[in-house]
Write a protein that binds this ligand. Structure first.
Ligand code: MG
Length: 456
């Protein structure tokens, strides 16, 4: 761990017992406890990683030492734990999970009372307490208590059913294959889908923190088994989760794996048909398909910086019901304004039941875009200067500077030029109606970036 920073994009992450040790976890627990304050109710849960119970115990000790009353939820998906924080009027929550990272990693995320991850400013506050040793311990007679909170997965499952037409889905008898990545995606979703009248086939559904089935990042190239099984047994749909089951990637009845922008666009279209003019929130890195769909169905698009916490918080301040990221994170505020794999799966089944169309048919109705990616090396100290130079050059175009520089062109092509937050590179991400145009855009701006960088 660095000496000034603990939190990254989604909480604290590190390799178990090398970067993230029980000692870090216990001190972080006490820092989180100091941040929330004495006698506050904090829920804690973890995913399937081998180190989950170990870190949970360390964080619990740290929290109790500062006088927080801890409720232990045991194992559950990130959205199930987030839902429980809100549903049980907790003051906050802690989730032990490294989401999609490989099995040797774990992480600690802090949740606010509304179920959404705390803001980066609040994370800095906790870092301040941790590094400046401002932990406030409770006296021996004011230590926190520890109680078990059982049933969070069942409550979560029941809550999702309130947001779909259960009878209509039941009448369709869908057959769904679930690839749970040997983690918590296999806890609430199989029973939920059975209660929605689906026939459920699972793969990688046994809980095993070594993740023997596949790595917990649901990339199309690692979902070959899911695709093959959907085809072999003529299922209607396949779904694969990441390690903490907030993100879901889908496979249609033909075994084709679709990236998250395609399924998000399916959900947007149906939502806007039923809720004309609604606000849709998405990071500026999202595909032109999202912009296209929102414009075609007369919604109001709200761009945000890249990052799931920003999407959640923008949804709250804008009072928007639907948000999404193209990595398979869909946020549905009537349930909760966070990424939620089981909710997303249920929404898609609801749409299939409602429209009478298969997932492949729904996706085939969408306009097609071709993607090309590139990168340009650039030292961290020159990133801001280079970004400004790029902006000066394109400022008369249709451009957004919410995060990096994004340019939309007349012919529906677009490019996002954005400095990486973790590596000394600029990433380029182009889209167009044909592959040649997308490649041309990346080539042109790669060269231009290199030329501008040479002048710095
Ligand atoms: Mg995740």
């Amino acid at each position: 761990m660095s000496t000034t920073k603990l939190f990254g994009t989604n909480g604290v992450r590190g390799v178990v017992n090398i970067e993230l040790t029980p000692e870090v976890a216990i001190n972080l627990g006490s820092s989180i406890g100091t941040f929330f304050g004495k006698e506050k109710k904090i829920l804690i849960g973890y995913d399937a990683r081998t180190s989950g119970p170990m870190f949970a115990r360390a964080v619990i000790s740290g929290l109790m030492a500062t006088g927080c009353n801890v409720y232990t939820a045991g194992m559950g998906s990130t959205p199930a734990i987030q839902f429980a924080v809100k549903n049980h009027n907790m003051d906050g929550g802690v989730i032990i999970s490294a989401s999609h990272n490989p099995p040797e990693y774990n992480g600690i995320k802090v949740i606010w009372s509304d179920g959404i991850e705390i803001s980066h400013e609040q994370e800095s506050e906790i870092e301040g307490i941790y590094f400046e040793k401002k932990i406030v311990f409770a006296s021996w007679d004011h230590l926190g208590t520890k109680l078990e909170l059982t049933g969070i997965n069942d409550e979560y499952k029941e809550a999702i059913k309130n947001h779909v037409d259960v009878q209509k889905i039941k009448s369709k008898h869908f057959h769904v294959v679930i690839d749970a990545a040997n983690s918590v995606g296999g806890i609430a979703l199989p029973p939920l889908l059975r209660e929605l009248g689906c026939k459920v086939t699972t793969i990688n559904a046994n809980i095993d923190g070594t993740f023997p089935g596949r790595l917990p990042e649901p990339r199309p190239e690692s979902l070959g088994d899911l695709s093959a099984i959907v085809r072999a047994i003529s299922a209607d749909m396949g779904v694969a989760f990441d390690g903490d089951a907030d993100r879901s990637i889908f496979c249609d009845e033909n075994g084709i794996i679709h990236w998250g922008d395609k399924t998000f666009a399916v959900v947007i279209k149906q939502y806007l048909i039923k809720n004309p003019g609604a606000k849709i929130v998405t990071p500026v890195s999202s595909s032109t398909l999202i912009k296209d769909t929102v414009e075609t169905y007369k919604g109001q698009l709200i761009w945000t910086k890249v990052g799931s916490v920003t999407v959640s918080q923008t949804m709250k301040t804008e009072n928007a019901n639907l948000g999404g990221e193209e990595n398979g994170g869909i946020f549905y505020q009537p349930h909760q304004a966070v990424r939620d794999g089981a909710m997303t799966t249920s929404l898609l089944l609801n749409i299939m039941a409602d429209t009478g169309k298969s997932l492949a048919q729904l996706i085939a109705e969408e306009p097609q875009y071709f993607i090309e990616k590139g990168k340009v090396e650039c030292s961290n100290d020159k990133k801001e200067l280079l970004l400004r130079k790029v902006y000066d050059e394109v400022k008369n175009e249709n451009v957004s500077t919410i995060d990096g520089v994004k340019i939309w062109f007349q012919d529906a092509s677009a490019i996002l030029i954005r400095p990486s937050g973790t590596e000394p590179v600029f990433r380029l991400y182009a889209e167009a109606k044909d592959q040649e145009k997308a490649s041309k855009l990346v080539k042109y701006y790669t060269l231009r970036l290199e030329q501008l960088l040479a002048t710095l």
